[in-house]
Design a protein around this ligand. Structure first.
Ligand code: SAH
Length: 252
């Protein structure tokens, strides 16, 4: 990727001051500072039109809390997609995500797709969520980071951005380290060890210090398979329904 086409994400939020937050430190932060990716946090409230700059209102039909207004959010999305950073010939030609507990759960394969694209526009909900009509009108893809409810979409957006950014070329310390980790091949990662050789009476497994790379690879695959089978029968079943059983593809 060249500088002209760096991965650039726009976040629409009521709390732009939350960004870059944790994305500003460590590998993601260094990559942000050096221009390997870009982050624009836009305040949804800037698109409010009334005197009080209101962005939310009470739910139609009654009930607790407040709902983000469709007109304000649509205006915020339109303003973001006509900004100077957007290609004039294809405005809005990027994924538009809405962080939402009702969304499709985020997976590593969706993260990979998003990391390979131009970088998404991400809407962060607050309160009881957003007016349903803006979701269809602006083609928002609802994305969940898990079956629990956060108070806002910002932390969910940060999780998604972090997962994407670490896959961008030049961001991770070692190229290829993302290829072997959890989920990349439908398995959880094998256990990791480092010095000291013995910790509170527990040695590092013999095979890992044997220097026999084929044996190490076979041990890691067996551990990854056992872990996945025990902890995530859903992943194990999905892996085995999509391809031949791992045993027949095992090398070494
Ligand atoms: N009343 C809503 C929850 C609103 S939580 C419901 O029951 O579905 C407020 C905002 O936090 C949401 O609009 C969304 O943007 C964000 N959020 C909460 N939980 C989330 C999750 N698991 N994944 C992604 N975003 C989430």
């Amino acid at each position: 990727m060249t500088k002209a086409t760096i991965w650039r994400t726009t976040v629409l939020t009521l709390f732009p001051e939350m960004f870059p937050g944790p994305l500003g430190v460590s590998l993601a932060g260094k990559a942000l500072a050096s221009g390997l990716w870009a982050l624009e946090a836009r305040d949804i409230r800037d698109s409010a039109t009334d005197r009080h700059r209101s962005v939310d209102d009470t739910p139609a039909g009654g009930g607790p809390g407040m709902v983000l207004r469709a007109d304000v959010l649509a205006a915020a999305i339109d303003a973001a997609d006509s900004g100077p950073d957007q290609p004039k010939d294809r405005p809005g030609n990027r994924p538009r995500l809405l962080m939402s507990p009702r969304g499709r759960p985020l997976t590593q394969s969706r993260v990979m797709e998003l990391a390979n694209g131009p970088g998404p526009l991400i809407v962060c909900g607050r309160f009881e969520g957003v007016d349903q009509r803006v979701i269809a009108a602006r083609g928002l893809e609802e994305v969940s980071i898990g079956d629990y409810v956060l108070s806002g979409g910002e932390i969910a957006a940060m999780a998604l951005i972090d997962a994407c950014v670490r896959l961008l070329p030049g961001v991770m310390g070692k190229p290829g380290s993302s290829l072997e980790e959890s989920f990349s091949d439908g398995l959880l990662e094998y256990p990791q060890y480092t010095r000291p050789q013995e910790f509170e009476g527990q040695p590092i497994p013999e095979v890992l210090v044997s220097g026999d790379h084929a044996k190490v690879a076979a041990w890691r695959l067996a551990e990854a398979e056992a872990l996945t089978r025990a902890r995530r029968p859903d992943l194990w079943a999905a892996k085995n329904s999509g391809q031949k059983p791992p045993k027949s593809t095992t090398k070494g």
